[in-house]
Design a protein around this ligand. Structure first.
Ligand code: SF4
Length: 106
């Protein structure tokens, strides 16, 4: 499965949701997640992310392993998203900032 990782927090560009053939993205206040039971590993979303926040679970950067569980958990609780909605106005400023996990709104 593919996993949305930390750099999506407060960036939430949402380009990924438009290309997913099985509509398996779910939306929270400032982050997106992938439902691991629905993802078919097509890899289409990975290059679409302007924040480079999407990785195969087999290729997660060091320290991002916690997001496997976060995606699995929050995709059960948040609503489905299939089209780009409003993007955070300050998304470019947050792109690349470290230690954003504490800012994740659930
Ligand atoms: Fe959707 Fe494919 Fe990305 Fe999985 S890898 S979330 S199926 S676009």
């Amino acid at each position: 499965t593919f996993v949305v990782t930390e750099n999506c927090i407060k960036c939430k560009y949402q380009d990924c949701v438009e290309v997913c053939p099985v509509d398996c993205f779910y939306e929270g206040p400032n982050f997106l997640v992938i439902n691991p039971d629905e993802c078919i590993d097509c890899a289409l979303c990975e290059p679409e992310c302007p924040a480079n926040a999407i990785f195969s679970e087999d290729e997660l950067p060091a320290g991002q392993e916690v997001f496997i569980e976060i995606n699995a958990d929050l995709s059960q609780k948040w609503p489905n998203i299939t089209q780009i909605g409003e993007q955070p106005a300050d998304r470019e400023e947050w792109n690349g900032k470290p230690d954003k996990l504490k800012l994740l709104e659930r």
